[in-house]
Design a protein around this ligand. Structure first.
Ligand code: ATP
Ligand code: MG
Length: 300
């Protein structure tokens, strides 16, 4: 078992905060456990809630290289694991044939199915690395369920079997993050291998902290109002609720416009930064107009 990376849950949380990632006990706790248990983390939740950023920020605090496999429909072994360098193999075969009439196929094949001819893709790259790495398998729900099988050996045994070469075992157990937007059910086999972390929209205090951290010029009272209004917008029945990235865009917009207190009119004029469906925008505007109390801030 390798050296633990973290001393305790609080130190994970504190270190993440130092690189501007605001976690909570649940998030920091799972990162801590994943390291101790040597298990991958499956991070699931709505868009724009900091799933990808968690992997990036964890790599940052560990001084580790982030190796990223971006998943998409049609992803296959040759893009996820490894591929033989056919061109180079062909050249070697031609060269061997003309040099040496006696070399048999067995010799040639031993030669051309060796490390030298292997092109490593992110999964193999992560387990063969000598330096510390964090592996991010991003948006795993985008691959077909059959393709998940490519991941299983890595996730449970940290190894890759290559028929021509044998089994390549990891030099280190990397921290692994998988993210999913839950557009489809993942297989039981995949889930079983992972610790599960649901990352939802942050509560109001954490979102306010995120705004203050990421938009440092903003005043505390405006950040407070932004977090409060976004929360009330999320409570409406919308096609697509605003994500944390949209909250940050909105906060930056208000700052650029020189707003120091949001009233119903300002909120209506700028809500298109927060929401991306016309029907959602209309709904929010109607709500702003009818509920001006929401703009009184935290004076109570
Ligand atoms: N807890 C947080 N602390 C600091 N910044 C955050 C946090 N959560 C989200 N953000 C900010 O929100 C942005 C979006 O986060 P990220 O890209 O990680 O979302 P995601 O969950 O991966 O979304 P998607 O599902 O669309 O890929 C990031 O650029 C990050 O700056
Ligand atoms: Mg993401």
């Amino acid at each position: 078992m390798s050296e633990p990376r973290f001393t305790d849950v609080d130190s994970v949380r504190e270190q993440l905060r130092e690189v501007d990632y605001l976690s909570d006990e649940g998030i920091a706790g799972i990162v801590y456990l994943a390291d101790r248990l040597g298990k991958p983390i499956l991070v699931e939740g709505p868009a724009g809630t900091g799933k990808t950023q968690l992997a990036k920020s964890t790599a940052e605090i560990l001084g580790a290289r982030l190796v990223r496999l971006q998943c998409y429909e049609g992803l296959d072994e040759s893009k996820a694991l490894y591929e033989w360098n056919y061109k180079k193999q062909l050249l070697r075969i031609q060269a061997t044939r003309s040099d040496d009439e006696d070399s048999g196929w067995a010799d040639i094949s031993d030669d051309i199915f060796s490390d030298e001819f292997l092109l490593t893709r992110p999964l193999l790259e992560a387990i063969t690395a000598d330096d510390p790495v964090v592996l991010l398998i991003d948006e795993v729900d985008r691959v077909e369920v059959e393709t998940e099988a490519l991941l299983l050996e890595i996730l449970s045994d940290y190894q890759v079997s290559i028929p021509e070469l044998g089994t390549i075992e990891a030099k280190q157990v990397p921290l692994v993050f998988l993210t999913s937007n839950n557009t489809r059910e993942l297989s039981e086999a995949l889930k079983r291998r992972c610790l599960y972390l649901h990352v939802d929209y942050p509560d109001m205090d954490r979102e306010k902290e995120i705004v203050l951290t990421k938009v440092p010029e903003i005043t505390e009272s405006l950040a407070d109002q932004v977090a409060r209004i976004v929360r009330s917008v999320r409570q409406l029945e919308l096609k697509k609720a605003p994500s944390v990235s949209e909250t940050l865009d909105w906060a930056n917009t208000l700052l650029l416009l020189g707003v120091d207190k949001v009233d119903a009119a300002t909120a209506s004029d700028t809500v298109n930064i927060l929401l991306k469906y016309q029907s959602d925008i209309a709904k929010a505007r109607k709500e702003f107009a009818s509920d001006s109390e929401a703009f009184e801030g935290s004076s109570a």
